[in-house]
Ligand binder design. Structure first.
Ligand code: GAF
Length: 390
């Protein structure tokens, strides 16, 4: 059985028990791990995510009365309901605003026809919420595919990502960049995605970890991060202010050689924020050039691991988005022999990743758990992006 089937069955069962009858279709979208390239996406820089084999599934059917109903297998199975005509940012409160926001964005973007008369959606998921693994993007992309599928509307993968991000920014008021939605929409089995977030050009590179005798461990610290409530909006604002002060469109336009000059024009904290973004973009490019020489092995593996760890230090010390639990996990993984480790996602909680040799995975996992017993550890596999299941 694949990673989607059990969740698809759970979503379909929930649909039947809450709404009665069978769904007309079932759609899935994955969470993601960002391998490297953190807090660069809203600076028009580089990212290197992969979709993971953790999915959010929507079982859905059309309605005829213009209403949208949503229910989730997580929690108390309470149904949230809103008329499509009443959709407006912030309504309803809580998690339902993500699917509601996507319906709003698809209507506004002309994807859903005016005569689309509503839908019932039932969700089930294996993407942990608040773990920095893009549970919101998975929910948005599953919703977008489901609604477009029900309406028989054309929706390109790029528009699925774009409208999902738009919904998160403008409806849920979370100022995220495009990373998570692009990863969930475009993910490919066995590949990482090198994304230039300025041009939106995506290059999928084989990421044959098993072939190189490697495993990518994810450690969810279970310190819940909430992007909107965290320091994320402030980090984004300070990057945008710095770009304006330095006279560039985005921090992406600076090279490491510009950093001294930039620092002379900025306050000390902002200069560190800028240094993170600029050096992180360079690390992504270096990581990709190691990858394009084949599965990392020997010296290249060491270099790739060092880039991950350097990324973490930069996020911890310059960008200041790590937290004690993420640092504990990273340090424990490195001490136990990981080739490299770093926080992944927005930070302020959430998950860390560690690149380890297969034979060391158990020991690294045990040492991480000894350091942070509440952590949840699993192996991430590069997985397929958003798709119709049935
Ligand atoms: C979160 C955001 F949603 C992304 O857009 C990205 O900025 C990431 O944090 C940090 O790289 O996942």
């Amino acid at each position: 059985m694949n990673a989607v089937d059990p969740i698809a069955a759970e979503a379909a069962n929930l649909f039947a028990s809450v709404y009665g009858g069978s769904p007309e279709g079932v759609w899935a979208a994955p969470g993601r791990v960002n391998v490297i390239g953190e807090h660069t996406d809203y600076n028009e820089g580089f990212v290197l995510p992969m979709a993971i084999d953790r999915y959010t599934v929507a079982a859905a059917a059309r309605r005829t009365d213009g209403r949208l109903r949503v229910v989730s297998a997580a929690g108390d199975h309470q149904v949230a309901e809103v008329a499509l005509a009443d959709l407006s940012p912030g309504v309803p409160q809580g998690w339902p605003q993500y699917p509601a926001g996507v319906a709003w964005a698809l209507r506004g973007g002309g994807v859903l026809p005016d005569d689309f008369a509503g839908a019932d959606l039932a969700f089930a998921s294996t993407v942990p919420v608040g773990a920095g693994l893009s549970s919101s993007a998975a929910l948005e992309c599953a919703t977008g595919l489901a609604l477009a599928g029900l309406a028989g509307a054309r929706l390109s993968t790029a528009d699925l990502a774009r409208l999902s991000q738009y919904a998160e920014n403008e409806y849920a008021h979370v100022p995220c960049g495009p990373l998570d939605q692009l990863a969930s929409a475009f993910g490919q089995e066995g590949r990482v995605l090198f994304i230039d977030t300025r041009s939106f050009q995506i290059t999928a590179h084989p990421f044959d970890l098993a072939g190189a005798g490697l495993t990518l461990l994810v450690a969810d610290t279970r310190v819940s991060h909430d992007l909107g409530e965290s320091g994320y909006p402030a980090r984004r604002a300070s990057c945008e202010k710095a770009a304006a002060a330095l006279g560039v469109r985005a921090l992406r336009d600076l090279a490491p050689a510009d950093l001294d000059r930039a620092a002379a024009q900025l306050d000390e904290v902002t200069a560190r924020r800028v240094r993170h973004v600029v050096t992180e973009d360079a690390r992504v490019e270096q990581f990709v050039s190691l990858l394009t020489q084949g599965a990392p092995a020997g010296d290249r593996l060491r270099a790739a691991g060092e880039l991950l760890t350097a990324s973490h230090r930069s996020l911890r010390d310059d960008f200041e988005v790590s937290c004690a639990e993420l640092d504990l996990v990273v340090d424990a993984a490195l001490e136990a022999g990981a080739h490299g480790a770093r926080m992944t996602g927005g930070g302020f909680g959430g998950s860390a990743i560690a690149l380890v040799s297969v034979g060391d995975a158990r020991r690294v996992g045990e040492r991480v758990l000894a350091a942070l017993p509440q952590a949840e550890i699993f192996r991430a596999i590069p997985a397929r992006g958003a798709h119709r299941v049935g």
